[in-house]
Ligand binder design. Structure first.
Ligand code: FAD
Length: 432
């Protein structure tokens, strides 16, 4: 490929797939009937499948591509406990009790995910080294401290601020005005995590049919018809787990999620001394921008894996790669000459209220809208959704009584995205 920053063998597939390729799952003849058909073989669909199959339900998981082909095997692998709206916003909108319940769900999602991975013994390079969030402007340092203090009153947790003078203990850059450390946050290798879920879903008795797009859905109480390229299946319950890849198949859901491309690069291996200097704590890293940059070292601490949004409209990873590199080497000038080994992208699903949603709509079950933080949300809510289908109290969440908002004239094509990204970038530069 023809850019001076590209390694000779640069790949346009996620770095994670080198070590954990998409699993080859032999298709079998489609079942005529199942208890539950799940559309989408990412974290949501697979965790739901594991729970349902273990409860004795017959389950088929259908994906148009390979298992984990969507966001689940392409993400940054960062596991957080936060929800996007701050405590004030949640209290204003939902009242004190319901707003606080949402805050608790954020923490629950992280704890559930870590406990689940450990209990299952999933080999996915889980490391709970915490997160550092850099204040990209001086005023953001105080705002961040105020927000964490408010959060701490709702759900006490361990956190501390790092002033500008001490930032080097966290990160080898002069770019931030200090930041916050959240020791309970974690990171994993996302593609290894998907593969671990696939193994467990199959072992529990679920069937996974890849390269099987679902083309039609006729949802009826007591028996829905799922039409795929390979035939029809009758299912007592249908789960839609398509998140940022939600298409016309489910128009009611499509008009409630906003697909937004998120872009990542991985670098060639870096001198260990430099790695130690720039990321001494091996934490998950992000900043206070609305159009956020998120990054970390690879599980073996030899490379930087760096992500964010670098164009108003969706673009090609050959174009986003050098732009992300530019931002990265702005933070860490020592990486200016380091080549890009991988450049890729995927679609996250935002929602109009910046919260995830799950439940039932138009005769199908769904969980989606993780707003770019789906490693924990999808794991946790996939589990919750399975319990909803089973009719168990375990399926209850703080989101149950919330409506899933859309906007007039929005049908799923985010024509406003360029303007919204430009607005948020301007706010990041000049806003409060
Ligand atoms: C570059 C990037 C970085 C990210 N970084 C992080 C991070 O660091 N931390 C974090 O928490 N989150 C991150 N995310 C978000 C996170 O990866 C997602 O929220 C999460 O993986 C969503 O999982 P899912 O199972 O709901 O959906 P997905 O994994 O996206 O799976 C949806 C699946 O549905 C399938 N599908 C769609 N339509 C059909 C159909 N009609 N028939 C059959 N199959 C269909 C697709 O093929 C796809 O495989 C990131 C996302 C991206 C793209």
């Amino acid at each position: 490929m023809d850019h001076p920053l590209f390694a000779d063998d640069m790949k346009l597939t996620p770095y994670w797939w080198d070590e954990a390729p998409r699993p080859e799952i032999a298709n079998s003849p489609l079942p005529d009937t199942v208890d539950v058909a799940i559309i989408g073989a990412g974290y949501t669909g697979l965790t739901a499948a594991i729970n349902l199959a273990r409860a004795g339900r017959s389950v088929v998981v259908l994906d148009a591509e390979d298992a984990g082909w969507g966001c689940s095997a392409r993400n940054g692998g960062q596991i957080g406990s936060g929800v996007k709206p701050d405590v004030d916003d949640l209290e204003r909108k939902y009242g004190r009790e319901a707003g606080h319940a949402v805050v608790h769900e954020g923490f629950n999602s992280l704890e559930h995910t870590i406990d689940f991975i450990k209990a299952e013994g999933i080999d996915c390079d889980l490391r709970q080294n915490g997160r550092f969030i850099g204040a990209h402007r001086e005023s953001k340092y105080d705002t961040m401290a105020e927000n964490f203090e408010a959060l701490n009153k709702v759900r006490p947790f361990d956190w501390h601020m790092i002033p500008h003078s001490e930032t080097k203990t966290e990160l080898g850059t002069e770019a931030y005005f200090g930041g916050a450390v959240l020791p309970h946050h974690a990171a994993l290798q996302p593609a290894k995590y998907v593969n671990g879920l696939v193994e467990r879903a199959l072992k529990a008795g679920a069937t996974i049919e890849t390269h099987t797009p679902v083309l039609g859905l006729d949802a009826k109480d007591g028996g829905s018809t799922v039409v795929t390229t390979r035939g029809k299946i009758t299912a007592r319950d249908v789960i839609v787990a398509t998140n940022g890849y939600t298409q016309r198949l489910t128009p009611g859901l499509r008009r409630r999620v906003i697909p937004i491309g998120s872009y990542m690069i991985a670098t060639d291996p870096i001198d260990p001394e430099i790695m130690q200097r720039i990321m001494p704590q091996q934490r998950a890293l992000s900043d206070t921008r609305k159009v956020v940059y998120y990054y970390r070292s690879s599980p073996d601490h030899t490379r930087v894996v760096f992500g964010g949004r670098v164009a108003l409209q969706e673009t090609d990873p050959k174009i986003s790669g050098p732009r992300l590199h530019d931002i990265m080497s702005g933070l860490f000038p020592e990486l200016k000459e380091t080549k890009i080994s991988h450049s890729w992208m995927g679609f996250v699903a935002y929602t109009f209220d910046h919260l995830p949603h799950l439940g039932q709509r138009d005769g199908v079950w769904f969980s989606m809208g993780y707003c770019g933080s789906g490693v924990a949300w999808a794991t946790y809510l996939g589990h919750k959704l399975a319990h909803k289908v089973l009719g168990n109290d375990e399926g209850k969440t703080a989101f149950d009584d919330m409506s899933f908002p859309t906007r007039p004239l929005y049908t799923g094509d985010p024509w406003f995205l360029g303007a919204a990204v430009a607005y948020y970038q301007a706010m990041d530069k000049w806003g409060r």
